[in-house]
Design a protein around this ligand. Sequence first.
Ligand code: PLP
Length: 387
Amino acid sequence: MKVVYLDNNATTQVAPEVLEAILPYFHDFYGNPSSMHAFGGQIGAHIRTAREQVASLLGAHPDEIIFTSCGTESDNAAIRSALYADPEKRHIVTSRVEHPAVRALCAQLSGQGYRITELAVDKDGRLDMEQYEQSLTPDTVLASLMWANNETGVIFPVEKAAAIAREKGILFHTDAVQAAGKIPIDMGKNTIDMLSISGHKLHAPKGIAALYVRKGTKFSPVMVGGHQERGRRGGTENTPSIIGLGKACELARQNLSQENTQVKKLRDRLETALLNAIPKSRINGDTEHRLPNTTNISFEFVEGEGILLMLDLYGICASSGSACTSGSLQPSHVLRAMGVPFTMAHGSIRFSLSIYNTDEDVDMVIEKLPPIIERLRSMSPYWTGDK
Ligand code: PLP
């Protein structure tokens, strides 16, 4: 059965060009870049190229890129580094809709005496910038706000938020794991101090990521050991994956306009057709400031899990809530923070597309989903018709 993969915010297919670039590093170029011999030493130059490719996607300098193992590590490293850098300050500002990579760490820090302000969002998942500004105090060590939300695709005005933090002398980190490769990022044009990205969200393998740290920002490593990454992250380099991340970033830069034309057009066609065909359905999140590949749609009076199981029978992959929260039947923390009514939040499905999706993929969902919803609703004691 053909797989129709519309779950690209959970993870993506490794690009064929990336796979091709990686393979020689398992058998031809397997040396350790720290070795004294030329066989190992040559790898350093290849890693340098990858670092340049990552930096180029972000409009950054290569020295500002630290390779890590995942987006979660990048987020943890950024936040913990900020705390080490200024141990006197005990307040962190973040939002209620962050990924668990930030939220769970903040919850842990709260148990260790840090005061955490989790900013609320409105019904469309937007931040109140006045409230944000008021939340920053002389005791605030860091503000960490995601660039784009993994569940709804809603984009936060992080560049504006970073400028406000900078004025008050407060470090600013953004989790750009979902934004990188989908919307333009130019670190030369903002004052964000630290930024996280993750390879497997942009067609590189799982287990490789990067943290951008602006030149001049005090950085204390979390992973200490060898001198790798100029002492900022110990551990022998994951060479194949670093090469893969570099290649993926180069491709992402080339494909950025495609994300905002081809992928967006497919997403919009899918969304419009479903909203027209299915009564009592609605989009979750601000549609003006949103990633071009993501739509989160609620279908009232049905369970998201039921929809997913039935879509799965046709090989259609989507997600209810986020990949990390769909193990539980609770509506996601993001939709709850937006105040989406319970009957709507339960029946929410996220479709997230990539440049590898086609018109046929979208046609398949448009054909299969309306009868699935009709069938599930006919079994619901709460469904009283589309009036
Ligand atoms: N931040 C966001 C917004 C994400 O969507 C994810 C993954 O879903 C992460 C962080 C964690 O990234 P990783 O899976 O590479 O640890």
